[in-house]
Structures are given as structure tokens and as C-alpha cells.
Design a protein around this ligand. Structure first.
Ligand code: SME
Length: 163
């Protein structure tokens, strides 16, 4: 079992450093991508405050398909280029959306979601999927969250390439 204790007293950079360290510990030596996505979603869900959905969409041809997540049931398939997730996947660029209602084509899985951060997962030049995190308040995520989540994805990406 992994014992995880994260208390960084509100320091966001320190929180992401601790999350990256915990994620590294959870996924080191484990080649199963579903297990690693599942634990990553649970870790983010437990320790990142003020969110209402955290999880993964996996690249499958011209679509993204729902992967392990925490939160309410979600849309299963998203076309590449559609919504925030499809845009992150198609452009391979992090999408930091302060107000999802102002994002053209945003896909509302949970009407409670107000802001969103989506990080593309790319390993060895291949798109594996995206990490998607939603919050019920506007502008929940800032550049520090984007950098922090990109660091989490950097830990995870090589450990999602197994299948
Ligand atoms: N809002 C996303 C869809 C996925 S849910 O937020 C879980 C989008 O626009 O791509």
C-alpha cells in the first residue's frame, strides 16, 4: 500500500511538487496504463481543492474515449478538435479555460462545471490522450495550475504508453 500525506499549507507550487512526487511513487514500475490513470485521477481528486471532475480521455483514432476519472458520469466520446478536450488533443496545447460558457463548442457533461484545464498527454511524439480537470467556479485554474498539471502529465506519460 502507498501511504500518501500531502499538506502544503496552501502553497500551490509545493502542492504540485508533492502531487508529482506521489504520482511518481504510485506509478513507478507499473506498466498498466488504466491502473496508472485510475490512481492519478484519484490522487488529483483527493488533493486538488475546488474541483468537480478529474480524469482522462484516451486517443482512439479520430476520437477521444473516456478513461478513468472521478466525478459525475461523463460524455464517452469526443471528436478530435471538439470542445476543450478535443481542442487540447488536436493542438497538443494545454487549454486553460476561465469560463467554459465562453469557449466555442464547449461540451457540457456536468452543468456545474464553470472552468476547465485540459493538458494533452504526448509520449515519443504520439498523442495518448488528455488530462481533464473541471471546477464549479469560474477562473479556478491559473498558469501555476497549468504548469503543475503539465508536470504531472510529464511523470505519467511514459507510464501510459504500455497499451
Ligand atoms: N467539457 C469537456 C468535456 C469533458 S467533461 O468536462 C468531463 C470539453 O468541452 O471537452
Amino acid at each position: 500500500m502507498h501511504e500518501i500525506s500531502i499538506d502544503t499549507g496552501g502553497d500551490k507550487a509545493a502542492l504540485y511538487r508533492e502531487l508529482a512526487r506521489a504520482l511518481d511513487g504510485l506509478t513507478t514500475g507499473e506498466p498498466d496504463p488504466v491502473a496508472n490513470m485510475a490512481n492519478a485521477a484519484a490522487l488529483i481528486w483527493e488533493y486538488l481543492p475546488g474541483i468537480n471532475w478529474a480524469g482522462f480521455y484516451r486517443a482512439a483514432g479520430e476520437e477521444l474515449v473516456l478513461g478513468p476519472f472521478q466525478g459525475k458520469v461523463a460524455c464517452i466520446r469526443i471528436a478530435m478538435g471538439a470542445g476543450v478536450c478535443g481542442t487540447a488533443a488536436a493542438t497538443r496545447r494545454t487549454q486553460l479555460v476561465a469560463d467554459v460558457n465562453a469557449f466555442p463548442g464547449h461540451i457540457a457533461c456536468d452543468s456545474a462545471s464553470a472552468s476547465e484545464l485540459v493538458v494533452p498527454i504526448v509520449h515519443a511524439g504520439v498523442l495518448i490522450g488528455v488530462l481533464d480537470i473541471d471546477a464549479p467556479t469560474r477562473a479556478r485554474f491559473d498558469a501555476e495550475d497549468a504548469v503543475g498539471c503539465e508536470a504531472l502529465v510529464a511523470v505519467l506519460a511514459p507510464r501510459l504508453a504500455g497499451g
